[in-house]
Design a protein around this ligand. Structure first.
Ligand SMILES: C[S@@+](CC[C@H](N)C(=O)[O-])C[C@H]1O[C@@H](n2cnc3c(N)ncnc32)[C@H](O)[C@@H]1O
Length: 702
């Protein structure tokens, strides 16, 4: 039976129609979580009531720090005031507010019915601003609690970071932003660090690649592997001819989970939730965390997170991993993000194998001695329960977020690091193992590989902090190849080939595009079986290049690497094809473009470029007209100095000059977002209708 409609106050009116139709009852869920004492008795009604409330819309201002700050000021100074006195159907609609705990006020939330977004002119305008800025990657629509793990990861531009279960990529984007913290509003720094984002689901890795393209990074690689069995990445040991295993400074394990913390958004969970949902995931979660421990370098840090409230997927996983790997400890994060309301991790929990959630067991022994069906017993392990010495593990250092605390979803975060005392003594042993590993040829035959059990062996330290490599761990690869992974057996990605810096096509591209001598031309790669500079050129940083050159891309199921910066542009019949700078790659290459080659634009010219697809050069005001007419056909960069408070200064945009016309080389959505930002309205669509592709089409036909 659907819940009867309750008396509707303004706040209640904010629920969606869907919420009214869902029966927000599940006795199994209530019985199970009451037995876990996840919240004190007196908080239970508030907790349950919060689960039944519509989740506010939350978003984060993303992208490079400078762009984010400018956009954030626009929200604060332009949008919020215009949304502050909105009355819709007689009711006051509150404007967006900043999420108090998110650094620099860059995250926002608002809670308005969809009807208001559709019909209130002020909110409609704000909504389209959000939609377009989301499309171009300046805004990330993300649940507030999902923004937490990267904040606890504390990533710096030189860190080697792994995101083990990364798709669809909202946290990957946050990590990329942290790696690129030194970017400016117009140019992307090339961090010396690395982000290796992985997901076992191949379709989802493509979603991840699409999402990550919004912040183009030469430091990004995407792989499609089972994280619990992730193979070693081989890298040369600096100053020697040997190879070691790449170890990471930061690892995020945002593991697959039952997801009941998202019940306010995914209302189907009310109907389907079973107390045993988390039991089956526990083993995989432990294996992923253990693998992360083995991939972590000295002074490294792991963040383990789930959007589940279930201790079997949370504290039990952390406890089991800590017990297997005593050189790790939980980090006390209680003073980080002081405005975030949280609860400590549990030290007591009572798993169940009973579908109703009514019968729970304090210990594994009690469970084994119970009358529960033997087949159900076989599905549980001791690790589902709190260990005997649970008090020694500091589990209260884990962090639980409940919906009633700050009007969010439910979430769990634990931060782990190697204990200080464990680091030193292991170094000698590591050195020896490194020496053993260095005997391996690049692609060692299976029999010659080390006989270690990577997920269970004692944790390792790096041979030297500066190297951050450990001996190669071949058995993970062995497991990898033995097991027909769920990533799918066929791998159809193209190979990655670095062009020689003197490749004639690359040289001609560099020359024509006025790229300066400090451009890392030996880090340009192509993706086709022949290794030809045929269509697109990608830029990778040094560490990405080292990994690609020393690891079989099929073995690591490498799905993306670096960022696309140049693409071949067919220039019409009889004209030689040339490379152009891609809009999305421009921030990456702009530091290498000869400033003298950049054309100075003006706001009126920008307006013409946004409004029309292929405006004639003769239609532009002077001196822009004369400047562009004097330029050869091909790719050019224009700098538009914008002084208004609401816009970015020094907007750099790529254009293509044909015989008689110009084209702004950014996609439709980026054009709309730009138009809204600079001109306060989307003038690009109107232009599209008024100016069909006539000029360019004519040129193409000629
Ligand atoms: C909670 S989601 C990750 C969300 C992601 N971190 C984000 O913020 O957008 C869990 C992800 O784990 C992936 N996954 C499941 N099993 C995995 C495994 N064994 N290895 C790697 N990824 C796995 C799923 O495909 C899913 O994309």
């Amino acid at each position: 039976m659907p819940r009867p409609k309750r008396g509707r106050s303004n706040a209640k009116d904010q629920r969606t129609d869907l919420i009214e139709k869902v029966d927000m009852e599940n006795e199994r869920l209530f019985a199970y979580y009451k037995a876990q004492n996840i919240v004190p008795e007196e908080e239970w009604p508030a907790f349950v009531e919060a689960l039944r409330q519509h989740l506010p819309t939350t978003f984060r201002v993303a992208g490079s720090r400078q762009i984010a700050n400018t956009l954030n000021s626009m929200i604060k100074d332009l949008h919020v005031p215009s949304l502050s006195n909105v009355i819709f159907e007689g009711q006051d609609i509150p404007p967006p507010v900043q999420i108090p705990w998110y650094p620099d006020g860059l995250a926002w939330q608002f809670n308005v019915p969809k009807k208001v977004l559709r019909k209130s002119p002020e909110f409609k305008k704000f909504h389209s601003f959000l939609v377009f800025e989301t499309e171009v990657g300046n805004v990330s629509r993300q649940e507030a609690v999902s923004m937490l793990p990267p904040l606890f990861l504390d990533v710096e531009p030189h860190h080697k970071v792994m995101d083990m279960c990364a798709a669809p990529g909202s946290k990957t984007a946050q990590i990329l932003e942290a790696l690129h913290a030194q970017d400016t509003a117009t140019s992307t720094s090339t961090p010396t660090g690395l982000l290796l984002a992985n997901d076992s689901d191949s379709k989802r890795t493509h979603l991840l690649i699409h999402q990550s393209a919004r912040l183009p990074s030469p430091a990004l690689m995407v792989t499609n592997l089972d994280a619990s069995n992730y193979p070693s990445i081989k890298v040369p040991v600096p100053g020697s001819t040997r190879f070691g295993q790449l170890l990471f400074d930061r690892i995020l394990c945002d593991v697959p989970c039952s997801g009941d913390g998202t019940i306010r958004k995914n209302m189907g969970i009310w109907k389907t939730w079973q107390p045993m949902d988390g039991n089956g995931l526990h083993a995989l979660q432990v294996r992923i965390l253990l693998r992360a421990m083995n991939l972590l370098g000295e002074n490294g840090r792991i963040v383990y997170s789930t959007c589940s409230l279930n201790p079997v997927e949370n504290e039990a996983v952390v406890a089991e991993a800590l017990k297997s790997n005593p050189a790790f400890e939980l980090v006390d994060i209680s003073s980080k993000l002081p405005e975030l309301e949280r609860r400590p991790g549990l030290t007591v929990w009572r798993p169940t194998a009973d579908r109703t959630g009514a019968t729970t067991f304090a210990t594994y022994e009690d469970f084994l001695q119970s009358s529960i069906d033997e087949t159900l017993k076989a599905k549980m392990s001791e690790g589902h329960w709190p260990p005997m010495d649970v008090e020694t593990l500091n589990l209260p250092r884990c962090m639980r977020i409940y919906p009633h605390l700050q009007d969010t979803g439910g979430f769990f975060v634990a931060v782990l690091q190697r204990t200080v005392k464990s680091s030193k003594p292991a170094v000698a042993a590591e050195r020896k193992r490194e020496a053993d590993a260095s005997d391996l040829p690049s692609e060692a035959p299976e029999a010659k590989r080390l006989k270690t059990t990577p997920d269970r062996r004692p944790e390792q330290d790096t041979p030297s902090p500066s190297l951050s490599v450990a001996p190669e761990q071949a058995s993970a690869e062995k497991n990898q190849s033995k097991k027909k992974s769920k990533e799918g057996s066929s791998f159809k990605e193209n190979p990655y080939t670095f062009l020689p810096p003197d490749d004639p096509i690359l040289r001609s591209c560099i020359e024509r595009l006025h790229i300066t001598g400090d451009f890392p031309s030996s880090n340009v790669l192509v993706r086709n079986p022949d290794g030809d500079a045929a269509r697109s050129l990608y830029l990778a940083n040094d560490i990405v290049k080292t990994i690609i050159e020393n690891n079989d891309y099929e073995r690591i199921r490498l799905t993306a690497a670096g960022t696309k910066v140049f693409a071949k542009q067919e220039a019409g019949k009889g004209t030689e094809a040339q490379f152009r700078v891609l809009g999305e790659g421009l921030p990456v290459v702009i530091p290498y473009i000869d400033p003298a080659s950049i054309i100075s634009g003006d706001i009126a010219s920008l307006k013409t470029l946004v409004e029309s697809h292929y405006p004639l050069c003769s239609n532009f005001p002077e001196p822009f007209r004369t400047t562009v007419e004097a330029r050869p056909t091909g790719s050019h960069i224009v700098r538009f100095p914008l002084e208004t408070q609401s816009s970015f200064r020094d907007l750099l945009l790529p254009i293509w000059k044909s015989n008689v016309s110009l084209t702004l080389m950014i996609d439709k959505k980026a054009k709309s977002a730009l138009s809204l930002r600079v001109f306060g309205a989307d003038i690009s669509n109107a232009a599209k209708e008024g100016h069909p592709k006539s000029t360019h089409e004519r040129e193409e036909k000629e």
